[in-house]
Ligand binder design. Structure first.
Ligand code: ADE
Ligand code: ZN
Length: 315
């Protein structure tokens, strides 16, 4: 099954580049940049990857990102991810990055974007992996700060296909960012947003109606609202679902309880993604494998999920 999954052409549409920072690279970059770490070694850090909710993960994820300092660091991070994609049959990627995680530490926007872009271009040339980059706003920060980030991005406008919204969901509804999404769309950015991961179905309605997003990132809590389910089926709005992430962050108690295949059978355009693979125990292929092992995913379902990911690409 595993080899067959790798051979299936797939797109990854929900991936945070900062979430691909494997402990080994994290330690290597800390050494390269002279950054002191609170963990003794790789094993100690890995042991800290036990989360009860999204916020516990985010605290560690933002701490880890502190080792990323130079253009070369962002290049190395992105390049390592693209090599994983190559090995697993991922032929197209639309990754997120969180500029505010870096600019708020004094790393210039251009250092981040230049490193990422150089690796994405090399991935296209050397690995044959196409891409579209998504600039994600941190929703625990203010809309004013998101406006500033959008302004910083404008000199690099052509580097992006879309804006997104991530970080702590509950208490930070999509409506908080309606005006900055309006501005981004007026500048030609397309839009996606995390919604319905920990937050209620109402946040998914807001992402669709107020932010005018084309895809919902996660969206698994849509299943609680029959009217919303009808809408996402009728309009074939893609959901970028991340099964291993949902288990690690306790959105579902066990993979056996995950609703992705139920949604698929109801006609929802669901896709399989890895979110933050360095932290959640696997890349895209391991997510497919988990659906096979715990939910009895068939080959036909795997093909449909992979095809959905290709159909839901923005570029
Ligand atoms: N940032 C990185 N991963 C995330 C997730 N799963 N939800 C919200 N913000 C994130
Ligand atoms: Zn995510």
């Amino acid at each position: 099954m595993y080899e067959w999954i790798n051979a299936l052409p797939k797109a990854e549409l929900h991936l945070h580049l900062e979430g691909t920072l494997e402990p080994e690279l994290l330690f290597a970059l800390a050494e390269r940049n002279g950054v002191a770490l609170p963990w003794a070694d790789v094993e100690t850090l890995r042991k800290a990857y036990a989360f009860n909710n999204l916020q516990e993960f985010l605290d560690l994820y933002y701490a880890g990102a502190n080792v990323l300092r130079s253009e070369q660091d962002f290049y190395d991070l992105t390049w390592a991810y693209l090599q994983k994609c190559k090995a697993q049959g991922v032929v197209h990627v639309e990754p997120f990055f969180d500029p505010q995680t870096h600019t708020d530490r004094g790393i210039p926007f251009e250092v981040v974007i230049n490193g990422i872009q150089a690796a994405l271009r090399d991935g296209e040339k050397q690995l044959g992996i196409s891409h579209g980059l998504i600039l994600s706003f941190l929703r625990h920060l203010s809309e004013e700060e998101a406006f500033r980030t959008l302004e910083q991005a404008m000199p690099f406008r052509d580097a992006f296909i879309a804006v997104g919204l991530d970080s702590s969901e509950v208490g930070h509804p999509p409506r908080k960012f309606q005006r900055v999404f309006d501005k981004a769309r007026a500048e030609g950015f397309r839009a996606v947003a995390h919604a319905g991961e920990e937050g209620p179905p109402e946040y998914i309605w807001e992402a669709l109606d107020l932010l005018k997003v084309e895809r919902i990132d996660h969206g698994v809590r849509a299943a609680e609202d029959p009217e919303l389910m009808r809408r996402i089926i009728d309009e074939q709005i893609p959901l970028t679902v991340c099964p291993l992430s949902n288990i690690k962050l306790c959105v579902f108690g066990h993979m056996r309880e995950h609703n992705i295949l139920d949604m698929l059978e109801q006609g929802v355009k669901v896709t399989v993604n890895s979110d933050d693979p360095a932290y959640f125990g696997g890349y895209v292929a391991e997510n497919f494998q988990a659906l096979h092992d715990h939910l009895g995913m068939t080959e036909a379902q795997a093909r449909k999920l992979a095809q959905n990911s290709m159909d839901a690409r923005m570029v």
